[in-house]
Design a protein around this ligand. Sequence first.
Ligand SMILES: C[S@@+](CC[C@H](N)C(=O)[O-])C[C@H]1O[C@@H](n2cnc3c(N)ncnc32)[C@H](O)[C@@H]1O
Length: 207
Amino acid sequence: MKPVVIGNCTLYNADCRDVLPELGRFDLLLTDPPYGLADKLQGGTWGKSYDGDHKDWDHLRPDFLPSIVEKCNLSIVWGGNYFKLPASRAWIVWSKPDRGLTMADGELAWCSWDGNLRIKELSRNPNNKKRVHPTQKPTSLLQFCIHQADKQTHNSTIFDPFMGSGSTAMACILEGRAFTGIERDPRYFDAACERIERANAQGRLFA
Ligand SMILES: C[S@@+](CC[C@H](N)C(=O)[O-])C[C@H]1O[C@@H](n2cnc3c(N)ncnc32)[C@H](O)[C@@H]1O
């Protein structure tokens, strides 16, 4: 399958199951897969606020996720608490200071290495920008993740097979890492390409 290549980012508009056999190993898996919560959340505040948009892609939990973890030297999986992954002491907690909402006060990421739990305090939308994806992760949160993984070993190649709007790619551009991403939904894939193109152009300007 032919990817779109923008700078140091290699991007596939495909189901990751079709692309995975073509790819080699990566230093770090940094991903935020669908949690399979669409039906549970339907009608709730979160579901209504996105007008059911989440339903298309959050319907099925990718139970093949552990096979992707095996392809990578280190892994960080947002929503790792929804998957059958080995027991770990090393979790990243995203603590959201804007409390008192009907949504959760935080989110959890499973880490593959042995280490202590770390907490990142960060508001839901730190730059107050219009979000492209209903569950878009802040770029600075993903930069924090890369820094945590780098404490184990430096990670040059980073992989996100559920890239949504390309937030992991944005963190990789800022941290100077090679990124490979896969997104099945053409709307989010196009949005990711646009964001990545813009960030790359900005980087070239500053260089
Ligand atoms: C939780 S969202 C990721 C959001 C992302 N972290 C962001 O900041 O924009 C998960 C994404 O995985 C995509 N997806 C679901 N199953 C997939 C599959 N089998 N292959 C590729 N992408 C898939 C969905 O379309 C969705 O955009």
